[in-house]
Write a protein that binds this ligand. Structure first.
Ligand code: ADP
Length: 313
C-alpha cells in the first residue's frame, strides 16, 4: 500500500507536485497518468525517498521509505534507464546489488530468468538494447521480492512482445497481492493492464479510482443510430432534449439519451431502426478531455504529450 498525503514539491518557482493525496491499494495494477511535466516522476521519486517533499508525506506499507530496515523487500522501482557500468554484465550488476542488501545469488538467477535475460546475463551490459536495459531495470526492481513495485514508463523501448510480457508481469505481480504503480503514456496499454487509475495534471490530482468509472465520467455518451426514417427520428429525439448530429444520410449520433430510451421512442412512433450502437468511450478520449487544461505546452496538436511517445530519457 502506498499512501500519499497532501504531498507537494517545489523547485524554485515551479510547484511540480501540488497537494497530492491518493492511495494505491494492493492486489491490482494502478496506472499513473498525466501529460508530460505533470509531476509523475517527481511523485515517484518522493515515494522512493529519493526526493524530499516540500510539504506533506508519503508512506510505503505504513512507513516512510527511509524508515524501512530492508527497503528492497518493501519497494522496488524502475525509475529511469539505469546507468550501469557498460563493461559490467547484468549478472554482476545484480549480484553486487544483491550482496550489499543481503540477498543471495539464487535470487539473482531467479530474477534474470523472470525477465528473460538468462542467455545474455553474462554479456557486457554496454551491448544491451534499450529493451534489454529495461528488462534489467525490472530485474533490479524485483530483486528484493518487494511487496510494492513502481515502474516509470516500463514499456519504453520494448517491442510488441516485450509490451505484452510487461502487461502479464504486472498483472501477475498484482495477482500475488502486491501493490503495483505504473506510469505510461500508452493509453491503449493502460486500458488493458490497469484496474485503478490516478490522473494528475500540473501537479494536481485530477482523478483517482476505477478505470471504468474514470472513462464513464470523463467521456461523452454517444449513441450511433441508423434508420431509413432518420428525419422523423431526429425530430422525436430533439423534442426529448437530445443533441443530434448527422453523420450520413441515414445515420445520426445522439447525445443526451441512452440507447434503450432511443429504441423505446422509435418503437412508440413506429420508426424503424437498422442499428443502435452505444459508442465505447476510450481511455484516450477520457484522458484528453480531463487533461486538456493541464497540458503545459499545447504545441498545435498536443505535441508535448506525443513527444513522450519517443524515447524520453
Ligand atoms: P512527469 O514525470 O509527469 O513528466 P516530472 O515529475 O518529470 O513530470 O516534472 C514535473 C515538473 O517539475 C516539470 O515542470 C519539470 O520541469 C519540473 N522538474 C522536475 N524535476 C526538476 C528538478 N530537479 N529541478 C527543477 N524542476 C524540475
Amino acid at each position: 500500500m502506498i499512501e500519499v498525503n497532501s504531498l507537494s514539491k517545489r523547485y524554485g518557482d515551479k510547484l511540480a507536485v501540488d497537494s497530492l493525496t491518493f492511495t494505491v491499494r494492493p492486489g491490482v495494477v494502478t496506472g499513473f497518468l498525466g501529460p508530460n511535466g505533470a509531476g509523475k516522476s517527481t511523485t515517484m521519486r518522493m515515494i522512493m525517498g529519493l526526493d524530499r517533499p516540500t510539504s506533506g508525506s508519503v508512506t510505503v506499507n505504513g512507513r516512510p521509505h527511509a524508515q524501512h530496515v530492508a527497503p528492497l523487500h518493501e519497494i522496488g522501482a524502475l525509475l529511469e534507464a539505469k546507468s550501469i557500468h557498460p563493461g559490467r554484465s547484468a549478472y554482476h550488476h545484480l549480484r553486487a546489488l544483491a550482496a550489499s542488501n543481503g540477498i543471495g545469488a539464487e535470487r539473482v538467477l531467479e530474477v534474470i530468468d523472470l525477465v528473460g535475460l538468462s542467455e545474455v546475463a553474462r554479456k557486457r551490459a554496454g551491448a544491451f538494447s534499450l529493451g534489454m536495459g529495461q528488462r534489467l531495470g525490472i530485474a533490479t526492481a524485483l530483486l528484493g521480492d518487494p511487496k510494492v513495485v513502481i515502474l516509470d514508463e516500463p514499456v519504453n523501448g520494448l517491442d510488441p512482445e516485450g509490451v505484452l510480457w510487461i502487461r502479464n508481469l504486472l498483472k501477475g505481480l498484482a495477482a500475488q497481492g502486491r501493490t503495483v504503480l505504473v506510469s505510461s503514456h500508452l493509453m491503449s496499454e493502460m486500458a488493458v493492464t490497469a484496474e485503478d487509475l490516478i490522473v494528475i495534471g500540473r501537479g494536481r490530482l485530477l482523478s483517482a479510482g476505477r478505470i471504468g468509472e474514470f472513462i464513464a465520467r470523463s467521456s461523452s455518451r454517444r449513441v450511433r443510430v441508423r434508420s431509413p426514417q432518420v428525419a422523423r427520428l431526429r425530430e422525436l429525439l430533439l423534442a426529448d432534449g437530445a443533441t443530434v448530429s448527422g453523420i450520413e444520410p441515414d445515420v445520426i449520433d445522439v447525445e443526451g439519451l441512452d440507447a434503450p430510451k432511443i429504441g423505446e421512442r422509435a418503437a412508440d412512433a413506429g420508426v424503424v431502426l437498422h442499428e443502435l450502437v452505444p459508442e465505447e468511450a476510450s481511455l484516450e478520449e477520457a484522458f484528453m478531455r480531463i487533461t486538456k487544461d493541464s497540458v503545459e505546452y499545447h504545441g498545435g496538436s498536443g505535441a508535448s504529450f506525443a513527444a513522450k511517445g519517443g524515447v524520453r530519457r
